[in-house]
Design a protein around this ligand. Structure first.
Ligand code: NAD
Length: 283
């Protein structure tokens, strides 16, 4: 099966990025969200990204026009998935919500459609087991910002077929990405490593070990990370970060207990770039 049409469910930080990259690679994309406001923001953000990318010479104006043309924005789930060859879910990191959404997706999606979750930490086996066709279910883990990050982690659920993995690999390649195949375990490779670094940085800030700026500088210049852990947390969104930590804490125990400082920032509504203020303040 050749994937031509992709439905992306959830138009937040990740969903809009996945839709943008897929459209740029020539897929016909439908981006769905329950919130019309979130969809409007996604459309504006993708428009600005495409325009800036033309100005900086990363893409041609023809490619920009293709991106705009190739994405349809809708709040209707049926409309989004009824012709899709591949459905990629990027809603909140809440297991019941993901299972509930996929159950609705499979009511409307074609028989042949592959269903993929962009979960950062959760079990594709657990979600896949609730599906009519667990062999067509897989985790396809993108990175933020999607148009710049080269990797997709492919996580096989217990019943995911070789054919499904192969199709996901082909789609990833067409999107210009490299893939790694990971055996299912909470947090896979990247989230598990990244969350522990980010949480440790939060605890250091809480303990007064150094300022946020100096912790970021130390990790960038001393350990050669391209971004500091706080720059990364603000980009990811502190609320998403907290949900992911809670999921790993639940699955793997004490080592992953969310830093109290992270919890405090989220309670204060300081969610990072998306709210204008996180560890740092943004215009
Ligand atoms: P986000 O909060 O930015 O966006 C979530 C979107 O989902 C919102 O627009 C919301 O309106 C929408 N939504 C909620 N319930 C819905 C439903 N039932 N149907 C349709 N839309 C619904 O979240 P995000 O940061 O984009 O994360 C999405 C997923 O991607 C999570 O599973 C997260 O763990 C994963 N992820 C996030 C990152 C990151 O850097 N933020 C990286 C990799 C993976």
């Amino acid at each position: 099966m050749e994937v031509k049409k992709i439905a992306v469910i959830g138009s937040g930080t990740m969903g809009r990025g996945i839709a943008y990259s897929a459209a740029l690679s020539g897929f016909e994309v439908t981006l769905q969200d329950i919130s019309a406001e979130a969809l409007e923001k996604a459309k504006n953000d993708n428009g600005s990204l495409a325009n800036n990318s033309v100005e900086k010479g990363y893409i041609t104006s023809e490619e920009r026009d293709n991106v705009q043309r190739n994405i349809t924005y809708t709040t209707e789930l049926q409309k989004a998935v009824e012709h899709a060859d591949l459905v990629i879910e990027a809603i909140l990191e809440i297991m019941e919500l993901k299972i509930d959404t996929f159950k609705k997706v499979e009511e409307f999606a074609p028989e042949h459609a592959i269903l993929a979750t962009n979960t950062s930490t959760m079990s594709p086996t657990e979600i896949g087991a609730q599906m009519k066709k667990p062999d067509q279910f897989v985790a396809m883990h993108f990175f933020n910002p999607v148009h710049r990050m080269k990797l997709i982690e492919i996580i096989r659920g217990m019943d995911t077929s070789d054919k499904t993995v192969e199709i996901i690999r082909q789609v990833s390649e067409k999107m210009g990405k490299e893939t790694v195949e990971v055996n299912e375990f909470p947090g896979f490779v990247t989230s598990r490593m990244n969350l522990i670094i980010g949480n440790e940085a939060m605890n250091m800030l809480m303990e007064g070990v150094a300022s946020a700026e100096d912790i970021d500088k130390a990790i960038k210049l001393g350990l050669n990370h391209p971004m500091g852990p706080f720059e990364m947390a603000d980009l990811v969104g502190l609320d998403s970060r907290l949900r992911n930590m809670e999921s790993l804490y639940h699955a793997l125990g004490e080592k992953y207990r969310p830093s109290p400082l992270l919890v405090k920032y989220v309670k204060a509504g300081r969610l990072g770039r998306k709210s204008g203020q996180g560890i740092y303040t943004y215009k």
